[in-house]
Write a protein that binds this ligand. Sequence first.
Ligand code: SF4
Length: 405
Amino acid sequence: MTTETKPIFLLDERDILNEANECPIDRPLETLPLNQEHAFAFWQRDIPEEYWALTAEQIIERVRAARESLGNRCIVLGHHYQREDVIQFADLKGDSFKLAQWASSQEEAEYIVFCGVHFMAEAADILSQPHQKVILPNMSAGCSMADMADPDDVYACWDELQEAGIQGVIPVTYMNSAASLKAFCGKNGGIVCTSSNAGKVLDWAFAQGDKVLFFPDQHLGRNTGLSAGINVTEMALWDYTLPYGSLGGNEAAQLQDTRIILWKGHCSVHNRFSVQQIDDARNKHPDVKVLVHPECRMEVVQAADLNGSTEFISRTIGEASSGSKWAVGTEINLVSRLARENPDKLVFCLDPVVCPCSTMYRIHPAYLCWAVEALAAGRTVNHMVVDKETAVWAKVALERMLAVK
Ligand code: SF4
């Protein structure tokens, strides 16, 4: 008997982009073998076939054995948004900067396996020590927000601003961006920020210049600007999809009066949260507290009780009183974990549709297994290397951020 197979390997660029941007509501949070994941078609395909049909139980056993044989030579980092079958192997879980910084302090670790996305592994490599190698288990694990700031588009924006005579602009990039954009900020008197320190970084930037070019996340930029007392009318949106010469859809005179130029990027996960969802949560649980990530839209952040980074969200719920109720606007794997870790509180996701970050989801445990088994066998797969010049300038921007108190 023959079975018809779909030609899932024939993908064009649009398919790949859609897969990263769409909410993957068909994805279970538990692990299926790779060859049962339809989305595997979009992922790094050169993982050997022996890994394709492994069950979660088989993978977990093999990862344990490989990690045991590697001992302290290998550490595994797990971003908050990773699934449980991956996060259980993490020596530290956290946000991208905390993980990269901690890994570089682990002298004995020759291998840093970063279960996160591409820009995070790049940052870990930039901060790592010379004897350390950073491994990203699946090289196709990117970030749809970071991809919205193509370095060439940012350089073109910078040139356009110069040509239009817009002076005193300080470039500020969110951690969620390519290493080359961090380097661009380092070279041009700019800085990196995280969602924890964006407010202080903005103050620093305004001490250096008159205006800020903030990329790639318009929402974090707008929400941070508003918290700093900057009116939304003093902000402009730069539409990077418009042709060169359009000033991102703005007039030069308007940009002269602007304080923050916001890149028109967003996070496909946090963009889903809405004020309607907040109203629904409050109608159902009048005593609920609404806690959202600042990558959510302005109206959502303003309607919430609290907003902050993944570290802030985890800490706030962890320290909350027993019996308290929390409606959370961030990625579902973190919300589910917080619910499990805080059984004495009601913790639920604002969005009733289960929508994991599709690019974080690409770190299927089979890729982790492949990466650590290769290391145990004396081989390195998926070694993340940022070229020297980029790393030097990116570090300049990261160090400016570290110096901001
Ligand atoms: S949650 Fe959003 S910002 Fe974070 S990695 Fe996924 S797409 Fe990127």
